[in-house]
Design a protein around this ligand. Structure first.
Ligand SMILES: NC(=O)c1ccc[n+]([C@@H]2O[C@H](COP(=O)([O-])OP(=O)(O)OC[C@H]3O[C@@H](n4cnc5c(N)ncnc54)[C@H](O)[C@@H]3O)[C@@H](O)[C@H]2O)c1
Length: 439
């Protein structure tokens, strides 16, 4: 009920521009999905914004509207996509190469997919060792490149007539870096852009350009981008939301489903070994130890935070956790993940769980891209700035305030997301207490 909203939410009028660095497997599957769904050729399976409902009030009230009717979200028909890539392939050509979607579907979508032309990328091979491509910005300082991206954003807005924009990184995983002195304040960072500081990555240049242009930024990859003081300062100064990082699509999704269940029954864990084979370009990039390190760090923390070894020393203090990713070209995007989970029960008796997930990486990631951009746009219209922790649901390594630990349990994350929507609209939060039904 609009009159009781806790925050003023501007209406989702006009078109929403979605700006995407990286037009590879995930992005082309997302765009093709949008176009296919608009034409009635498929359904948005996996998308909470399109298919999810939200219970309001008491269980006896019978109020469970669709999420998209409860909060004002941009419509899929109003999304206009633009992006950058180091290759000149348009999304049709890139989707054919990525091999995720069937040619029979891609042929029907050839016209809209071919109409998008990737803008020249900000690229630095120091950050993605296994790739090189021709479609890159002319030489210049990192500040010059940031200004070129701001020009791209301005031109995109003029050309398409979108009323709002949001940026989401779907480009390759960059080499692992931690915050350096150049990331300490916005002033240091801007000085570093001028001086070409080697610690400033291409993703940080895009994020800086986005935030300077009034555009929220989300990070779908595991490397550090806005999770450092300088860009958070910029986000706060401009009243813009940021979120990340690393889409929680496959193996970590499984992990954050299973681990809360084991913990709920106080079953112990002695070891969890996860391995994957995948043969897409993402797998090739992750074959480089620097990029793999970003992924390894992002994938490793979920179990520790969910299981809380310090609180449950008998169960989770010393478990062994190992994560491997193997590049295996014959599989393409059809990733296969194995998890071997060594658990123990009553009196310490050991048991094992084996999970063999034959998934499709980009099919799992595409709906997350859609939800994240729609919720980031909502957050911006609701004046929510800085880290959007309520979007942790979508990420393997959720951004969080420095004094907090991240929430990884997918069920808590979903409750947090839905309660945030209820809070926005002035509805009672749902605690699941339920005593009133029995009084
Ligand atoms: N389920 C998933 O697919 C999944 C899950 C979590 C995270 N991710 C992350 O999402 C990202 C995209 O995955 P993908 O499978 O589409 O990979 P991809 O290799 O198919 O696509 C990435 C694209 O980014 C481009 N690129 C690299 N550096 C760039 C730059 N600086 N500017 C512009 N373009 C650049 C590459 O040329 C490539 O076309 C990866 O970082 C991946 O780790 C994917």
């Amino acid at each position: 009920m609009p009159q009781t909203d806790n925050v003023r939410i501007a209406p989702a009028d006009g078109k929403l521009g979605v700006l995407i660095p990286g037009m590879g497997a995930v992005t082309t599957t997302f765009i093709a999905g949008l176009e296919a769904i608009k034409r009635g050729l498929g359904k948005p399976i996996g998308s909470l914004t399109q298919l999810g409902t939200i219970r309001l009030g008491k269980r006896t009230d019978g109020r469970s509207p669709a999420i998209q009717d409860f909060v004002p979200l941009a419509r899929m028909e109003d999304i206009v996509v633009g992006g950058w890539d180091i290759f000149e392939d348009n999304p049709y050509e890139a989707a054919v190469k990525a091999g995720v979607l069937e040619m029979s579907l891609l042929e029907q979508l050839k016209e809209p997919l071919s109409a998008i032309k990737p803008m020249p990328a900000v690229f630095d091979q120091q950050f993605v060792k296994r790739l090189n491509g021709p479609n890159i910005k002319p030489k210049g300082s990192k500040m010059d490149h940031a200004e070129m991206v701001m020009d791209d954003i301005r031109r995109f807005k003029e050309k398409t007539g979108v009323s709002r924009m949001t940026m989401i990184w779907c480009a390759s995983t960059e080499v692992f870096h931690q915050a350096a002195p150049v990331h300490a304040t916005l002033k240091d960072f801007e000085c570093g852009l001028q001086k070409n500081d080697p610690e400033i990555s291409p993703s940080q240049i895009y994020a800086y350009a986005a935030l300077k242009s009034g555009v929220p930024y989300a990070n779908g990859a595991p490397h550090m981008t806005t999770d450092m003081p300088a860009l958070l300062e910029l986000a706060r100064e401009r009243n813009l939301p940021v979120s990340g990082k690393d889409f929680k699509s496959g193996q970590t999704f499984m992990k954050t489903l299973i681990a809360p269940g084991l913990k709920s029954r106080l079953l112990g864990l002695s070891g969890w070994f996860s391995t994957n084979i995948l043969g897409n370009r993402d797998g090739e990039v992750l074959d480089d130890p620097g990029s793999f390190k970003s992924k390894e760090v992002s994938k490793s923390s979920a179990l520790e935070y969910i299981l809380q070894g310090k609180l449950y020393p008998d169960l989770y203090r010393d478990f062994y956790h190992k994560v491997r990713i193997e590049y295996y070209p014959p599989r393409g995007d059809a990733k296969e993940g194995w998890d071997n989970i060594d658990i123990f029960g009553w009196l310490g008796y050991p048991m094992q769980i084996k999970i063999n997930f034959l998934c499709r990486d980009s099919i799992l990631a595409a709906p997350l891209v859609l939800d994240i951009v729609l919720f980031m746009d909502l957050a911006q219209r609701a004046g929510m700035r800085g880290i959007q922790e309520w979007l942790s649901f979508y990420f393997k390594a959720p951004m969080h305030a420095p004094e907090l630990y991240p929430e990884h349990d997918i069920f808590i994350q979903l409750m947090k997301l839905k309660n945030t929507l209820r809070w926005m609209r002035g509805e009672n939060l749902i605690t699941h207490l339920g005593l009133e039904y029995y009084d």
